[in-house]
Design a protein around this ligand. Structure first.
Ligand code: FUC
Length: 345
């Protein structure tokens, strides 16, 4: 096990640190203190060859010069909230409206925008970093003070475990964090030849501006049916006539979900990642609208370069009784876990 701290340049006048965590099998992840960004998941694929399974940038400025939240930590709430209005205990809070009049991914001042404190830890079998911050309403306009810790662990089973801990300090609040990593298991031009399986039979129906209507749609017989392994190119080809020209949807996970909620597989390298989470939602976004002004470390941005698999509680939660519970009562704490398990088949 090994931990290294490197300099990743400066952002808004402060130094950004890159925390590199290595296990005993030549796997490595790295994270950035700015935005608690997951920047790298490098795995050995052939003798003397490693590839990074995540899209990333070589400079911190490039992360923030596009609207795609690449690798970023997302909170207090993932997804969209209509008109930026969050009503809790009969009080309506006006959140940052960063997509038309709606709030997306915690608004402009969400978790992705913070400089995080961090500490690193090592055991015989794990190497980890814990990012922490006390988030106040002055920081992000959400109700109440929220203590947050985001822990990234790499272990010798070649799993990456993300633990999101939240505690409502002085009043009730909401907590629905996720991570916005984009995977490409081949470090290739696109993910069209990847196969995807999701433990789901339904997606959320979306109204204008992709705000959930409260209804669920069966996926059987549609391009969104990933109940069995399906090549992403098949789905994406079938979705060329819709405005998104690809997948940008919220999958409702079959409950209870002790098996992986999703598996992404590359036959070229004969490897896969299995994603485990106890939460009821998975947002899948196939980078449909990436643009050529994005200078990713593997080249210019373009559609279908990667796939984001965001495990979370269904978005716009407070507006729909059956979407789950993201409420944290004063004094209450919760930990959500997402596990990404790598296997070479
Ligand atoms: C996903 C999508 C959005 C957005 C964002 C960057 O969560 O639902 O449409 O583009 O990623």
């Amino acid at each position: 096990m090994k931990t290294l701290i490197e300099n990743f340049g400066r952002f808004n006048d402060h130094v950004v640190e890159k925390i590199v965590l290595k296990n005993n099998n030549n796997f490595q992840i790295s994270l950035l203190s700015q935005g608690a960004i997951w920047n790298e998941f490098s795995v050995p694929v052939e003798e003397n060859k490693k590839i990074n399974l995540l899209l990333n940038f070589n400079s911190i400025d490039s992360y923030y010069s596009n609207p795609f939240y690449i690798g970023m930590s997302i909170g207090r709430t993932g997804g969209r909230i209509k008109a930026g209005k969050l009503t809790l205990n009969d009080t309506t809070y006006n959140l940052s409206q960063n997509e038309n009049t709606n709030t997306l991914h915690g608004g402009e001042t969400g978790f992705h925008s913070f400089i995080w404190d961090y500490e690193t830890f090592q055991t015989d079998d794990t190497v980890s970093v814990v990012f922490s911050k006390r988030v106040s309403p002055q920081d992000d306009s959400y109700p109440g003070v929220l203590d947050v810790e985001i822990e990234y662990i790499l272990n010798n089973k070649n799993e990456v475990i993300i633990n999101y801990y939240g505690k409502a300090v002085d009043q009730d609040t909401v907590f629905n964090p996720t991570n916005h990593a984009y995977f490409n298991l081949e470090q290739s031009d696109n993910i069209l030849d990847h196969e995807l399986k999701i433990n789901s039979h339904q997606i959320l129906s979306m109204g204008q501006e992709k705000i959930p209507t409260g209804l669920f749609k069966e996926t059987a017989g549609t391009p969104y049916d990933f109940h069995k392994f399906t090549f992403l190119k098949n789905a994406i080809e079938d979705l060329q006539s819709i405005p998104e020209k690809g997948i940008d949807d919220v999958f409702y996970i079959d409950q209870p979900s002790d098996c992986p909620i999703a598996t992404l597989k590359s036959n070229r390298f004969n490897h896969q990642i299995d994603i485990y989470s106890q939460r009821n939602g998975l947002v899948v976004f196939t980078a449909n609208s990436f643009t050529s002004d994005m200078n990713l470390s593997t080249g210019k941005g373009h559609p279908y370069q990667g796939i984001a698999l965001e495990s979370q509680t269904l978005p716009d939660t407070l507006n729909h009784k059956n979407f789950g519970n993201i409420l944290l009562k004063k004094g209450q704490s919760v930990t959500y876990q997402t596990k990404i398990a790598y296997t070479h088949n």
